[in-house]
Design a protein around this ligand. Structure first.
Ligand code: G
Ligand code: G
Ligand code: MN
Ligand code: NA
Length: 255
C-alpha cells in the first residue's frame, strides 16, 4: 500500500522523467530515432529508479494510465522542443503497456491529444508488444489503423518473444519490428539466438518492415548486426539512454 501511495504521489509531484536512447544507422552514422524510457526521481534515492522497479506495480494498480498520459504529453513536448530548435525530424518512440493500450479512457485521451498535435505526429512512434496485440486481433487492427491514419508509426517491441501466431501478426499493419535484446545479447555464444536474429531480420525484409536491432553492448555486436543487414541499432555500444539536454548535444553530432 505504501508503495502504491508513493507512486500516486510521484505522479502528482511530477517525479518522472524520460531518458532518450538513440537509434543510429551505423552505415551513415545518422540518428534515425530515440526511444523514450521512463525514470523515477524518487526522493531519498541516490539514482533514478528504472521501470523494472515500478512499472508492474503501476500496471496492477492502474496508475500506468495517468503515467502514460504524462508520458504522452512529455514526448509531445520533447518533439515540439526539438523541432523548435531546428533539429531535422527523427522518430520519438513511446512504450505502451497492455493495461494502457486496452484502457478506453486512455485511448480516448490519446486520440484527442493526437488530434490536437497533428503537425508533429510524423515524429511519433508507438512501441507495442505482440502479446498485447494478440489479446484482441480485430480491435488491435482497428486501433493500429487509426494511429497509422494519423501518421503515427507503429513498432513491435521484442518481436519473437511473445507467443503469437505469425499469420495473425501479419494481419496487423505495422511499420517496424525490433530485434529483442535477449537474442542480440546471446547471439555470439548461442547458435539458436543467432538463428533467431537472422530469421527476424529476414522476416522484416520480406514483409517490408523497418528494423531496429536492440541491446548491442559491444562493437562486435554492432558489426554483426550491420553485416546481417540490420544497420539501425539501439544499444549501450552506441549510447545509453540520455537526459534531454544530453540528447540535444548528441543530436548535434549525429545529424
Ligand atoms: O529503461 P529500461 O531498460 O529499464 O526499461 C525497461 C522496460 O520498461 C522496457 O521494457 C520498456 O518498454 C519499459 N518502459 C520504459 N518506459 C516506459 C514507459 O514510458 N511506459 C511503459 N508502459 N513502459 C516503459
Ligand atoms: O522497451 P524495451 O524493453 O525494449 O526497453 C529497452 C531497455 O533496454 C531499456 O531499458 C534500455 O535501457 C535497455 N537497453 C538498451 N540498450 C541496452 C544494452 O545494450 N544492454 C542492456 N543490457 N540493456 C540495454
Ligand atoms: Mn521498448
Ligand atoms: Na525491446
Amino acid at each position: 500500500y505504501e508503495k502504491t501511495q508513493s507512486l500516486r504521489n510521484a505522479i502528482l509531484r511530477k517525479e518522472f522523467v524520460f531518458c532518450y536512447q538513440p537509434q543510429i544507422n551505423v552505415e551513415n552514422n545518422k540518428i534515425v530515432g530515440v526511444e523514450a524510457l521512463i525514470r523515477w526521481n524518487k526522493p531519498g534515492e541516490k539514482v533514478p529508479l528504472s521501470p523494472s522497479h515500478f512499472i508492474s506495480l503501476a500496471e496492477e494498480t492502474g496508475l500506468i494510465v495517468p503515467i502514460g498520459e504524462w508520458g504522452l504529453q512529455t514526448v509531445l513536448e520533447t518533439i515540439r522542443r526539438l523541432k523548435r530548435k531546428g533539429f531535422p525530424p527523427i522518430r520519438v518512440a513511446l512504450n505502451f503497456s497492455a493495461r494502457q493500450f486496452w484502457n478506453n479512457n486512455f485511448w480516448d485521451t490519446l486520440l484527442t491529444t493526437l488530434d490536437q498535435n497533428r503537425e508533429i505526429l510524423g515524429w511519433l512512434s508507438i512501441e507495442l508488444t505482440e502479446s498485447l496485440l494478440m489479446k484482441d486481433i480485430r480491435e488491435s487492427k482497428s486501433r493500429l489503423d487509426q494511429l497509422r491514419s494519423m501518421n503515427v508509426r507503429i513498432s513491435i517491441d521484442d518481436f519473437g518473444i511473445g507467443y503469437s501466431s505469425l499469420s495473425y501478426l501479419t494481419q496487423l499493419v505495422t511499420d517496424e519490428i525490433k530485434v529483442p535484446q535477449e537474442f542480440v545479447l546471446r547471439m555470439r555464444e548461442n547458435p539458436t539466438d543467432m538463428a533467431l536474429v537472422k530469421t527476424i531480420i529476414q522476416m522484416a525484409e520480406n514483409l517490408n518492415l523497418d528494423l531496429v536491432g536492440e541491446g548491442a553492448q559491444t562493437p562486435e555486436e554492432v558489426a554483426i548486426l550491420k553485416s546481417l543487414s540490420c544497420p539501425v541499432i539501439q544499444g549501450f555500444a552506441l549510447s545509453r539512454p540520455l537526459p534531454i539536454d544530453e540528447l540535444e548535444v548528441f543530436l548535434t553530432q549525429y545529424t
